[in-house]
Design a protein around this ligand. Sequence first.
Ligand code: ZN
Ligand code: ZN
Ligand code: ZN
Length: 143
Amino acid sequence: MTLNDDEKTLQQAGIRVTAVRLLIWREVRQRFTDAFSLADLEQALPTVDRSTLFRTLTLLVEAHLLHDIDDGSGSQKYCVCPMADTRHCGGHVHVTCTNCHRTFCLTDVPIPEVPLPAGFRPLEAEYVVKGLCPLCDRHPLSR
Ligand SMILES: [Zn+2]
Ligand SMILES: [Zn+2]
Ligand SMILES: [Zn+2]
C-alpha cells in the first residue's frame, strides 16, 4: 500500500483527508495487528495531542475503517477492520487474555449469529472471549 492508497481509503470512506488524519490512519494500519487503546496510540504518536487522536479514532470508527471493542478492561479498544478498503466486514471475534491483558483479533472468525426474539432488530454485535493467549497458556506467570 502506498500513501496514495491510504488517502484513497479515507476518501472512499467519506472522510475529508487532512495531514494528521492520514498520519493517524497510516500509523494505526501499519503498527497494530491486534486491538489497541488510545494510550497505545498516544505512545506511538507522541507528537499528536490526545483529543485529536480520540476524535480521529471516533471518526474512523464511524466510517467503519476501525472497529471499537469493549474487552472489559475499562478502556475502549480499537482494531483495523480487516476489509477496511472495500467495505465493513460485520465484525470478528476477539480474545482477551486475562494474564497479559492483550486483546487479539480473530479476523478469520466471524461473530456467530444470535437468534433474537421477534421484534428485536440487531444492528451490530461484539463478541469477546476471555481466556489465555498461547504464550501465557504455556508460561502462566509471564507478562
Ligand atoms: Zn469491519
Ligand atoms: Zn496472554
Ligand atoms: Zn479486531
